[in-house]
Design a protein around this ligand. Structure first.
Ligand SMILES: *Cc1c(COP(=O)(O)O)cnc(C)c1O
Length: 414
């Protein structure tokens, strides 16, 4: 594709007006919205208002008069619309890791009643290691012959066997961009009495997710990636309405109590999804998130999906065309239906190449051992920017400018 064909793609892009909703520096091409989404306009003003007017002036009355108290459920309902969940089945709380711990523990205990004697928690080697650490911590706590079983991502469907109590499946592989078939795996798991916790970190806001339509029972996800909620924004969790009353929350804090302000000496779980709350919510972070979610009010996620796939194709084609001798391997080789919203390239000097790119204003990231990762966020990245990004990559490779000591020095966060 030449430059004018690409300009025409931008001209005809039904999503192009959404870029205006974001604060983005002019001189960068941001291909890392899959790690930390861009800042939506309006968030800074809203936060300033919450701090100075609500906290500053209304002080503790704000829990009632500014509706801080119902916020976790209200924000949960907004996220629910983006992930195909029923209203009243999502709350915003804690981090993804903590929510995973909560739901996995609850799911394993629930299955002890439904399908006793199972001792395996299944996941795959493409999962984000963090999720495996959470499983390992739980297995250690449970003792009693519990074990984590890991299989290759392509084996997961066959590994859903009747000795498995619960499975933690991240829909999109953070490294390769492979996407699991949620409906198919959920159906297989339910058929065999397995409770699945879906991790939607790289799904929500990247493409349409249909939790209810897939029959999914549990899900967690973060809101600082494609949902643009800001660094460390509160995460969310989902429990299907049918199971909400069966959950025994492992972190039984007062915000999940049926009447926290009775200060009863005994824990009694709240009705519905609210019992999965634990402590006081992060009010400032949740306001940033709630304002950021306004971006989605008039967005068709199907269009987001279509554009992200076109961007991936364009990026891949341009790498072949403009840097044929770059030495890149294609990591994201899956057919469209099995892809998330990123493209990953392999290169033994991936880290240094990525630092050189960032220095030239093209921001992606690096994932050990050798992956350059480029996230596609169709609301605020144009096709022309994809072209420019690959042109700059080609220049860095052709001139060898990436191979300087400063680009080889590893930072703490990659
Ligand atoms: C980003 C990500 C997380 C992040 O978890 P935190 O608790 O927010 O640090 C968890 N799981 C997956 C699959 C992720 O991609």
């Amino acid at each position: 594709m030449n430059k004018s064909e690409i300009a025409a793609l931008d001209q005809n892009d039904p999503l192009r007006s959404h870029r205006d909703k974001f604060e983005l520096p002019e001189d960068i091409i941001y291909l890392d919205g899959n790690s930390l989404g861009a800042l939506p306009k309006g968030v800074a003003d809203r936060l300033s208002d919450v701090v100075t007017q609500e906290w500053g002036k209304s002080l503790i009355k704000s829990w009632n008069v500014h509706d801080w108290y119902p916020q976790p459920g209200r924000v949960g309902d907004k996220i629910a619309k983006l992930i195909g969940a029923e209203q009243g089945s999502v709350v915003s709380a804690d981090s993804t890791s903590v929510n995973l711990y909560k739901l996995l523990t609850a799911a394993v205990r629930l299955n002890e009643d439904l399908n006793p004697g199972r001792r395996v928690i299944l996941s795959d080697t493409g999962n984000f290691p963090n999720d495996l650490y959470v499983i390992q911590g739980l297995v250690d706590l449970l003792g009693d012959d519990y074990e984590m079983r890991l299989v290759a991502p392509e084996e997961i469907a066959h590994a859903l066997t009747e000795d498995v109590a619960a499975a933690v499946i991240t829909q999109v592989d953070y490294r390769t961009g492979r996407r699991h078939d949620m409906a198919d795996l959920t159906a297989r798991a339910k058929d065999r009495g397995i409770k699945v916790i879906w991790d939607l970190c790289h799904s929500a806001g990247a493409f349409p997710v249909d939790l209810a339509g897939s029959g999914a029972e549990f899900a967690v996800g973060c809101s600082y990636k494609y949902l643009n909620g800001g660094p460390g924004a509160p995460a969310y969790l989902y429990v299907t309405p049918d199971l909400q009353e069966s959950i025994r929350p492992p972190l039984s804090g007062w915000m999940g109590h049926t009447s926290p302000f009775d200060f009863d000496l005994d824990y009694k779980p709240a009705k519905g999804i609210a019992r999965n709350l634990c402590g006081t919510p992060s009010v400032l972070g949740m306001h940033a998130l709630e304002t950021a979610l306004e971006v989605w009010e008039d967005v068709d996620l199907q269009l987001v999906r279509e554009k992200s796939q076109r961007m991936i194709e364009l990026f891949a084609g341009l790498v072949d065309e403009l840097c044929p001798d770059g030495g890149f391997s294609r990591v994201t080789t899956f057919p469209e239906e099995s892809r998330g919203s990123q493209i990953s390239l392999g290169h033994p000097d991936g880290y240094a190449i990525m630092q050189a790119l960032i220095d030239r204003g093209v921001i992606g990231d690096f994932r050990a051992p050798n992956i350059l990762r480029f996230g596609m966020t169709p609301l605020y990245v144009s096709y022309s920017e994809i072209y420019q990004a690959v042109e700059i990559l080609a220049d860095i490779m052709a001139t060898g400018s990436w191979d300087q000591p400063k680009y080889h020095a590893r930072s703490a966060v990659t």
